[in-house]
Design a protein around this ligand. Structure first.
Ligand code: NAD
Ligand code: MG
Length: 388
């Protein structure tokens, strides 16, 4: 039996890992929609390879190039933000949400509103929309399958017990490439150093988030929404080897952990095959070769992002959306060489301080409004504190 699949963000790192699995199981999958922001030629090549029905570039300016690259293929082409949302609303068996940033929120909501099954890698969408997204999931009977490796690990561990019996959920964090750096070294960290992750190969934005620990901050908020145990039962531990992807402790002090190679094809496969299992091309886990698994307390002096995320979700309302928006702006500025590494968290904190009266968003439009104004606020802070 074939299953239909839509992949939002097909040209990215998660997109490539997903398509690698699909490529190995061509008889199982019928690709319905593939999307990208502006890389029309790359998207057209994937659409041709996988026989997609529709290819969408969210950047409308890239549509003529997409049309040209798809000429004669019989594959439909579309462009722009509205086309992206309409494509996500098409009925399919599974939607893989792999766009980076809050830009992926509207299409994810469209997939939720048709009651679909969504493999969610796009954590920023859930962080920004929080309650609005979870309410829509419940209202429309949608299924969210956590694809972020930590949340996928927790989801798998939770199959062993009842959520009411959970004493603690511990997110593991690699600590990123700058984990052991001094404050002075962090001040001078370059984009190349920040994206050089020791364990995972990922897109630039999440790589920087991993270096600042904001990735774990976003994941803490993500876990809060996906697994309703309350903030007091959510913990973070540094685990540099990234072998244990997260853990669930039950009230009898039994702790279950999920282990695996640090390759996103493992959690993606778990979502694609759920509730069954499928093969992946990865080598078996060789614990003797790994030798040691180590654990450390996070250092929130050098890496304040997890504190900021915790404060934002405690404050609730619009704070998580503001945190996420400011972080997206600050990370882009850092990658463009405009601000220092350590300014990223500072810009997030200052943006939150200046926007604290924003009301709690109650709809997708209101979330997008909060996102927009927080970006404007963060951008104006950048103008005042640029490096050069
Ligand atoms: P990436 O930068 O490699 O790819 C992003 C994809 O989104 C591309 O296809 C790009 O064309 C598209 N895109 C970018 N901006 C867009 C916009 N404004 N509108 C529409 N589409 C846009 O990112 P990635 O590393 O694959 O990460 C994707 C998501 O998955 C992120 O939310 C990230 O946090 C999450 N995630 C990634 C990993 C990983 O290993 N890469 C692990 C866990 C979670
Ligand atoms: Mg993760």
């Amino acid at each position: 039996m074939t299953r239909t699949l839509t992949l939002l963000g097909a040209t990215g790192s998660i997109g490539a890992s997903t398509l690698d699995l699909v490529r190995r199981n061509r008889d199982v999958w019928q690709v319905e929609v593939l999307t990208a922001h502006s890389s029309a030629v790359e998207l057209a090549a994937l659409a041709r390879e996988f026989g997609a029905r529709l290819a969408v570039v969210s950047d409308e300016a890239a549509l003529p190039a997409l049309r040209a690259a798809l000429a004669g293929s019989g594959i439909e082409a579309a462009g722009g933000a509205r086309a992206l949302v309409e494509a996500a609303a098409r009925p399919v068996d599974i939607t893989v949400a792999a766009i980076v940033g809050c830009a992926g929120l509207a299409p994810v909501m469209a997939a939720i509103e048709r009651g679909g099954t969504i493999a969610l890698a796009n954590k920023e969408a859930l962080v920004s929309a929080g309650e609005v997204m979870m309410a829509a999931v419940a209202r429309h009977g949608a299924t969210l399958l956590p694809t972020d490796s930590e949340h996928n690990a927790i989801f798998q561990c939770l199959a062993a017990g009842r959520i009411a019996d959970v004493a603690r959920i511990t997110l593991t964090a690699s600590g990123g490439p700058l984990r052991t750096w001094s404050q002075a070294q962090l001040d001078a960290a370059t984009p190349a150093q920040a994206v050089a992750h020791p364990n995972w190969s990922m897109g630039a934005k999440i790589s920087v988030d991993s270096a600042t620990m904001m990735n774990k901050g976003l994941e803490y908020i993500e876990a809060y929404h996906l697994f309703p145990v309350g903030l007091d039962k959510l913990a973070i531990v540094i685990h540099p080897q990234s072998v244990i992807h997260s853990m669930v402790e039950f009230r009898d002090r039994s702790t279950l952990a999920q282990l695996g190679p640090s390759d996103m094809r493992v959690p993606i496969a778990s979502c694609l095959a759920w509730p069954d299992r499928m093969d992946t091309p990865l080598a078996p886990l060789d614990l003797a070769a790994i030798g040691e698994l180590t654990f450390f307390q996070p250092d929130e002096q050098r890496f304040p992002a997890t504190r900021l995320a915790r404060e934002a979700i405690r404050a609730g309302g619009s704070a998580p959306a503001i945190l996420n928006a400011a972080n997206e702006v600050a990370v882009a500025a850092f990658l463009a060489g405009q601000i220092r590494f350590t300014r990223i968290a500072a810009v997030v904190e200052e943006t939150l301080q200046r926007s604290h009266d924003a009301p709690a968003p109650a709809s997708l439009d209101e979330v997008l409004n909060v996102d927009r104004s927080a970006r404007a606020q963060a951008l104006s802070l950048l103008e005042n504190t640029a490096l050069v």
